[in-house]
Design a protein around this ligand. Structure first.
Ligand code: BGC
Length: 365
């Protein structure tokens, strides 16, 4: 066991050195030597399926301009989303953007576009969501997504213990869109905490639906989560079976789940979330939604722009190789990982103290 670990560790180390060596050489590698002040930085963002993406565009614009670059920011449209983003990234390459920062709509569908970006000499940075099955991604800037899932699962367990008496507890599980590389990482993080509790009988998933493919939410769309919750209620909870809690991967889906339980006349289950959306904070403060996660979008955008700045100065950025979070199927992408914060009614005011809008909402209670 120990030997295996040692070998694993040295492989990671060698991989790390190899990557560092590669990035120091320049050319089509990630040296960023070609980026200079005044150059255009492309930012391709997915459809606005949650508030964090809406905030991201403005945050990037501000940070890119402040760093002395030009900003080329584009969102994928709500329909034909994948092909729209593919042509936006291709357009950025054609225009000669020197770095391309991508929040992927579908992380496995941009292989040829990022290949073209690398061939043109641009640096490719995956942002928030990883780019899958390609070696043509230089860096990944994101929150620790596995940790997000673990925090959500711990919040579910804490909330159940606090307000639903002694277990066993009846719960249901929801995940995000299978096209988003983050969704499985959130799910895996959460299930690393919940599976032992399902096995020991503390939690009962009444529907029996626990596998990712059974609990995913197409397109991260609220209406899909709401209709799945409504179906679960009809099939498994109509005979008076209590529903104590629901693992929800984000706030948008959490509110949709609560809409379904309310329409069915059920008492609110413990519902988790993510993103600290302005529509969810009042619900958290009045006890309707139990928790959310704070991932400061401005910090995340600034971190990516700082990375570009560091590269443009010919310096080596500090990155980590974290296989559990950032392996894209072909390589573990060197990453800058930020720390997510769990927020409940108890710590909301404190957690949002760097964000006047959210702090205000938390104070209003
Ligand atoms: C983001 C989440 C967001 C979700 C849906 C994920 O990739 O990390 O913050 O809730 O997409 O838009």
């Amino acid at each position: 066991m120990r030997k295996k670990f040692m070998i694993g560790a040295s492989v990671v180390l060698v991989a790390g050195l190899a990557l560092t060596g590669c990035s120091a050489r320049g050319g089509s590698s990630a040296s960023g030597a070609d980026i200079k002040k005044g150059d255009t930085i492309g930012v391709a963002l997915p459809a606005k399926t949650s508030q964090n993406w809406v905030l991201a565009g403005a945050a990037f614009k501000k940070a890119i301009v402040a760093a002395g670059f030009k900003a080329d920011i584009q969102y994928a449209a709500a329909t034909n989303t994948v092909s729209d983003q593919q042509s936006q990234v291709s357009g950025m390459v054609t225009k000669g953007d020197k770095a391309v920062i991508i929040g992927a709509q579908d992380g496995s569908q941009l292989g040829s576009q990022v290949k073209a970006a690398k061939t043109s000499g641009a640096t490719v940075i995956a942002w928030d969501r990883n780019l899958l099955n390609t070696k043509n991604v230089d860096y990944y800037v994101a929150f620790n997504n596995f940790k997000v899932g673990q925090l959500q699962a711990h919040a579910l367990l804490d909330g159940l213990k606090k307000s639903k008496g002694n277990g066993p507890y009846n719960v249901e599980i929801f995940a995000g869109a299978s096209t988003d590389a983050n969704a499985t990482v959130f799910y895996n993080g959460a299930m690393s905490v919940l599976t032992p509790k399902i096995k020991d009988g503390t939690l009962k998933v009444v529907s029996g639906q626990t596998k990712f493919q059974n609990v995913e939410t197409d397109g991260w769309l609220a209406q899909n989560a709401q209709s799945r919750m409504t179906n679960l209620i009809t099939h498994y909870y109509s005979g008076g079976t209590k529903l104590d809690g629901v693992l929800s991967p984000n706030d948008t889906l959490g509110r949709a789940i609560l809409t379904a339980t309310k329409a069915a006349g059920m008492p609110n289950p413990i519902v988790t979330g993510q993103d600290s959306e302005t529509a969810s904070i009042p619900l958290i403060m009045n006890g309707t939604q139990y928790s959310t996660i704070y991932k400061d979008t401005t910090l995340e955008a600034n971190t990516a722009v700082d990375l570009v700045k560091t590269l443009s100065q010919g310096k080596k950025p500090k990155t980590v190789l974290d296989k559990a979070n950032n392996n894209n199927g072909v390589k573990t992408v060197p990453a800058i990982e930020l720390t997510p914060v769990l927020v409940t009614k108890e710590n909301a005011v404190q957690a949002y103290k760097n964000n006047p809008t959210l702090e205000q909402l938390a104070k209003q209670g």
